[in-house]
Design a protein around this ligand. Structure first.
Ligand SMILES: [Zn+2]
Length: 71
């Protein structure tokens, strides 16, 4: 399991990979029921929903910094 850095929910990375494949950020994709992901700065980030993915794509650096700040 990995954490959706937008909302903090645990998401099933394997299920998402099975559902969406390795699509590039912003590319057309299917409508996954298990979540989605986005490739940014060399890393795949996983999300529970398209809404969280859109929020991440809008302000990725801010969210990544916030996540690092938790240490
Ligand atoms: Zn989420």
């Amino acid at each position: 399991m990995v954490i959706d850095i937008v909302c903090g929910k645990e998401v099933d990375k394997d299920a998402i990979n099975a559902a969406v494949g390795n699509v590039a950020a912003g590319a057309p994709e299917t409508d996954p029921t298990k979540g989605t992901k986005s490739f940014y700065n060399g890393t795949w980030y996983y999300f529970c929903s398209m809404a969280c993915r859109h929020a991440f794509v809008a302000t990725p650096d801010e969210l990544i910094e916030r996540e690092k700040g938790d240490d």
